[in-house]
Write a protein that binds this ligand. Structure first.
Ligand code: GTP
Ligand code: MG
Length: 213
């Protein structure tokens, strides 16, 4: 009994020393066009001076998983090292005709739809590799949809810690309460990735979650 307690005690100490040294894989997941890349870019820019990827008002702009290694995030005097993973938006239905209204040519639209479908598969494939997942939702949209439920369900099954971000709180239509009501068992942080609003609370929550892994 006493030996086991000692063993666990040392295991925990070693684990903690080790944990502070390694990179925490932080994935950005969610439906298309919610601001995943905007948030990843903002964090990246703040701590490395570089951006991660293209942002666009046309959905499915990110069609490949993108990585940024060794991003040292400094918050309230503490530093933790992350590998940021920005992923293609997950959708259940991708129709090339939806891209035509953004003035894409038919051929471009069809190609984008094909790549976007492949991107969804890639996003799901990488899910298992994450230490923490930030689910980003557009706070102006209805949170009760199949995609969100599927992503959260997948993460719960894999026991991966989740933080929910309600993005675009700069917009009048945004409603954090609705997102909180949809996911009552999770921390929900309202931010504006575009204008850099409330990022402090976001970092606070990420650091808190990092202790759990
Ligand atoms: N008003 C407002 N717009 C935002 C905010 N964050 C992102 N956007 C806009 O939302 C659109 C989509 O942003 P992205 O960062 O490309 O979104 P994404 O989730 O990476 O999209 P996909 O790569 O297509 O899955 C762009 O037009 C952004 O400028 C925000 O906080 N407020
Ligand atoms: Mg993107």
């Amino acid at each position: 009994m006493a030996i086991r307690i000692f063993k666990n005690f040392f295991k925990r100490i070693f684990y903690n020393i080790f944990r502070n040294k390694r990179e925490i894989k932080l994935g950005f997941y969610g439906p298309p066009n919610v601001g995943k890349t905007s948030l990843a870019n903002r964090i990246c820019k703040d701590f490395t001076g570089q951006e991660m990827g293209n942002v666009s008002k046309i959905p499915h702009e990110t069609r490949n998983v993108q990585f940024k290694e060794k991003v040292e995030i400094n918050y309230k005097g503490r530093t933790m090292t992350f590998k940021l993973i920005d992923t293609p938006g997950i959708a259940t239905k991708i129709d090339y005709e939806d891209f035509l209204k953004y003035k894409l040519k038919k051929k471009e639209a069809k190609n984008r739809a094909k790549e976007a479908t492949q991107g969804v598969i890639e996003s799901i494939k990488w899910l298992d590799d994450m230490d923490i997942v930030v689910i980003i939702l557009d706070a102006t949209e209805n949170p009760y949809n199949q995609v969100n439920i599927t992503i959260v369900g997948n993460l719960v099954a894999r026991k991966i810690p989740v933080l929910i971000v309600a993005n675009k709180i700069d917009l009048k239509k945004s409603d954090i309460k609705k997102i909180e009501a949809a996911f009552p068992e999770y921390d929900v942080v309202g931010i504006s990735a575009k204008y850099g609003k409330n990022l402090e609370e976001f970092y606070e929550s990420v650091f808190k979650l990092s202790k759990k892994i």
